[in-house]
Ligand binder design. Structure first.
Ligand SMILES: *Cc1c(COP(=O)(O)O)cnc(C)c1O
Length: 419
């Protein structure tokens, strides 16, 4: 298996050195399980590939905002790329220095901008002129200067799913590269603004280098023009987006990315910022789930499991593919089945028409590559309880988030007194 931490011993699945059965017996299912060794391997891969230049890696928290994972990622030297006041709060609590936090997103609210300014974060990645003016206004009211970059929309096709492509001209993200110079000049004149950076993020699950390089080229051209005009760019943020292997995608090595990027930016003297999310956590996690029932209708098989779209929405949302393997791999008989959850929606499936070994009810399945955009997109739809999360390190395991319980469903609910 691509993930070194997953292996069968006597046909039973081990996660690092822990038997899956220990985990499901102790913590129940559905259960997210993360590998410490894989996580640290992915972090180091970035640090090593780019070791020859000044860098800041800002982990995109939205990929997985589990508090303990954030603490581990922060301890390794990474900063954070946040997209909300909530992510700022949790990142700071996890010990990440505000000096390593960049703030992205098209819809930053005034109170969130105020919070970020008061926290003295490194940089706002600004996505519109109106947002620029709002940040300027709030910064002046605090007698501060907000460090900003613009998120530039370089108009390249990242060749990924259209829901996760963000760098095309007509996407809601970023500012048109044609407008950029004018906006930078305007920003440079504002009292509450200090221009420091230039940013892009063209999409997610990118499996080709050429769109990234093409976009980076455009940004470098812009930075040179700005520097000539006296607008000094010291932070060049090329975003995140590098893909992972879900099925058989070939993902370019980080060393290749570094090899193509570093010569481009060398003469600029900038600090390179990257905002990886999926490529840090995607393959570090799996979702363990129990088979509840088997059902056959007109020769179509359904494997009904206890994890649903509320636990892992990627297949429903993006038609995403997740490898699903049995936790006990005994059967030689293959079947084709839809693997579906208990949620009352036809769109609630984890796999369609999937060839898989025959499994009995009460057996367990492992949904691979579920570490990114898994738990962080989980909801309580159908009033299902959000799953627990466990971290495995060697032969040890740690509960890093409790499974929700029924009374959690009543938190924040209010009575309309007098109705
Ligand atoms: C989501 C996001 C990222 C991370 O993307 P991945 O594909 O998970 O690496 C980085 N930067 C911004 C602005 C994002 O919105």
């Amino acid at each position: 298996m691509a993930e070194e931490y997953l292996n069968y011993r006597n046909k039973r699945l081990f996660i690092e050195n822990v038997d899956f059965e220990k985990l499901v017996n102790k913590f129940g299912t559905p259960l997210y399980v993360y590998s410490f060794s894989e996580l640290t391997k992915n972090i180091k891969a970035y640090q090593e590939a780019f070791s020859s230049c000044k860098t800041l890696f800002c982990y995109a928290c939205k990929a997985n905002s589990n508090f303990e994972l954030l603490r581990i990622i922060g301890r390794s030297g990474f900063g954070a790329d946040i997209v909300s006041g909530g992510e700022l709060f949790v990142s700071l609590k996890a010990g990440i220095s505000p000096k390593k936090i960049v703030y992205s997103g098209v819809g930053k609210r005034g109170d969130e901008i105020l919070y970020a300014l008061n926290s003295d974060i490194l940089m706002f990645n600004v996505e519109s002129e109106e947002e620029l003016l709002e940040i300027n206004r709030i910064a002046i009211s605090l007698n501060k200067k907000a460090r900003i970059s613009f998120r530039i929309n370089p108009d390249v096709d990242p060749e990924t799913h259209h829901y996760i492509a963000t760098g095309l001209a007509l996407s809601k993200f970023g500012i048109d590269i044609k407008e950029a110079e004018k906006l930078y000049q305007k920003a440079a004149r504002l009292k509450g603004i200090e221009v420091v950076g230039c940013q892009m993020h063209i999409g997610s699950q990118l499996t080709k280098l050429s769109p990234i390089i093409e976009a980076a080229h455009k940004l470098v051209g812009l930075v040179k023009k700005l520097n000539k005009k006296g607008i000094k760019i010291s932070l060049l943020d090329l975003g995140g987006g590098l893909g992972i292997t879900y099925k058989n995608e070939k993902v370019p090595a980080l060393s290749m990315l570094a090899k193509r990027i570093l010569p481009l930016i060398e003469e600029l003297g900038v600090t390179l910022i990257l905002e990886p999310g999926r490529s840090i956590v995607g393959n570090t996690g799996v979702l363990l789930t129990k088979v509840l029932y088997l059902k056959n209708k007109r020769n179509k098989n359904f494997v009904i499991i206890d994890a649903g779209m509320n636990d892992l929405i990627r297949p429903s949302l993006y038609d995403a593919y997740h490898e699903i393997i049995p936790c006990v791999n005994k059967s030689n008989k293959m079947i084709k089945a839809d693997i579906v959850g208990p949620v009352c929606e036809s769109g609630d499936f984890l796999a369609k028409e999937r060839a898989m070994p025959f499994v009995n009810n009460n057996s367990y399945l492992c949904v691979r590559s579920a570490g990114a955009y898994g738990f962080s997109m989980a909801s309580n739809y159908n009033f299902r309880l959000k799953p627990a999360e466990v971290l495995v390190k060697g032969d040890k395991y740690y509960l890093i988030r409790d499974r929700e319980n029924l009374s959690d469903l009543l938190v924040n609910q209010k009575t309309a007194v007098g109705v």
